[in-house]
Design a protein around this ligand. Structure first.
Ligand SMILES: CC(C)(COP(=O)(O)OP(=O)(O)OC[C@H]1O[C@@H](n2cnc3c(N)ncnc32)[C@H](O)[C@@H]1OP(=O)(O)O)[C@@H](O)C(=O)NCCC(=O)NCCS
Length: 369
């Protein structure tokens, strides 16, 4: 690519200038940026900024990529950086990366810059642009979606951490003939971030839910209903909470904290696993802490979840499975309008290499619920 100025509405992509150095050091030195761009020097000094302006960025251009400053269109002052690297000419493929200085975030800067750079890159002949995000970086995943990139899956251990270890990255891809975005989502965000009937509130699971969720999932009666009936580690529950937003954004599952609306305390959890997008079918599951049981909270949560699933998500069928002995759970489903469809023999792994039967339940949008 060639370092031509690209106008992108409220921002402009232009080559770096020596007087960008101070702002470049502030933006790149931000802890959030250093966390998600672990190949940048830490601490990011003004000397590092000068090196990037005089040597790093010119080298990126010489390698056939791009290294633009993102500047405010009105003032021409630096508000971020965006580039193209890791060119694979034989595949017409390259990778986009960006950062925005903290005071300019959440104003559409990264989205406008990414759309504009993608258009320029496709015009220059690329066929495929990749964007790799940390699974715990929903801001960047939302930029990818807003700029027309589609989730392609997990690149295992594709990221190098500062401590020398490796971590998974999510791959987002836009092809030359894909629309500029936003990419349609299978699972939309919740209106105002929650669903509520005044008694129960459902919101997306978050990292702060780790402790009560771990307590819930290590209760013996909850362990007995897990798909492998063994207690999870605390690290597994922490990760589940940490990736809830990215699972939602990629359309795999919607993992909810179930709150007592009166106190705001976590009373349990429920989830919608979008296991069959091709046929518009998803599975639901739920569990409640002992002190919250017996008040109809789970039934309310399932009704709220079903309303969202058949409304904004547009599903055609919800299904659930219960153990044959799990009468409280079967009662929840009956009260929420689900119908019993039959017994799936040997459906799930049980204890010690055995298999366990599952009672199958379903709800259709036309069922009274
Ligand atoms: C990721 C980053 C570049 C986003 O820049 P930005 O200019 O704030 O992004 P935009 O304003 O274009 O926002 C795009 C979307 O992200 C959302 N978003 C922005 N910051 C967010 C945050 N902290 N948490 C959740 N969502 C966020 C916006 O609401 C918007 O969503 P929408 O399209 O659904 O409305 C910026 O947060 C950043 O510099 N982070 C550190 C560096 C980094 O992570 N780089 C990417 C490495 S892959």
């Amino acid at each position: 690519m060639t370092p031509e100025v690209v106008e992108a509405g409220r921002v402009r992509l232009r080559p770096y200038r020596p007087d960008d150095a101070d702002e470049l050091a502030v933006g790149c030195g931000d802890p959030v940026n250093l966390r998600f761009n672990p190949t940048m020097p830490q601490p990011y000094t003004v000397t590092a900024a000068h090196w990037w302006i005089t040597e790093g960025a010119p080298a990126a251009w010489r390698a056939g990529g791009a290294a633009y400053a993102i500047a405010d269109a009105g003032t021409d002052l630096l508000v971020g950086g965006i580039g193209i690297s890791n060119l694979v000419p034989a595949h017409g493929q390259a990778e986009v990366g960006y950062w925005v200085t903290p005071r300019a975030r959440r104003r559409g800067v990264a989205t406008a810059a990414t759309r504009a750079l993608a258009t320029a890159a496709f015009r220059a002949g690329l066929a495929r642009l990749e964007l790799l995000t940390d699974v715990e970086n929903p801001a960047s995943q939302r930029v990818a979606l807003a700029a027309g990139f589609h989730p392609e899956g997990v690149r295992r251990a594709a990221g190098r951490s500062r401590d020398g270890g490796r971590h998974d990255l999510l791959a987002w891809v836009r092809l030359a003939d894909d629309p500029a975005g936003p990419t349609p989502r299978r699972l939309p965000d919740l209106p105002d971030g929650r669903l509520t009937d005044g008694v129960v509130t459902l919101r997306r699971l978050a990292p702060a839910d780790t402790d009560p969720l771990y307590r819930l999932h290590t209760l013996p009666e909850v362990v007995a209903t897990r798909v492998r009936p063994v207690p999870p580690t605390r690290a597994a529950i922490a990760r589940r909470c940490a990736v809830a937003e990215s699972d939602w954004l990629t359309g795999g599952s919607a993992d909810f904290a179930l709150l007592d609306a009166a106190t705001g305390a976590l009373a349990g959890g429920c989830a919608l696993v979008y296991d069959e997008p091709a046929t518009g079918q998803a599975m639901i599951g739920y569990s409640l802490l002992p002190e919250a049981r017996g008040r109809g909270l789970t039934t309310r949560a399932v009704r709220l979840l079903a309303g969202w699933a058949f409304g904004p998500v547009g599903l055609a069928r919800l299904w659930a499975g219960t153990a044959p002995w799990n009468h409280p759970s079967q009662r929840v489903l009956e009260r929420a309008g689900f119908r019993r469809e039959g017994l799936m023999r040997g459906r799930l792994p049980g204890r010690d290499g055995t298999r366990a039967d599952t009672v199958l339940w379903s709800l259709l949008p036309t069922d009274p619920h």
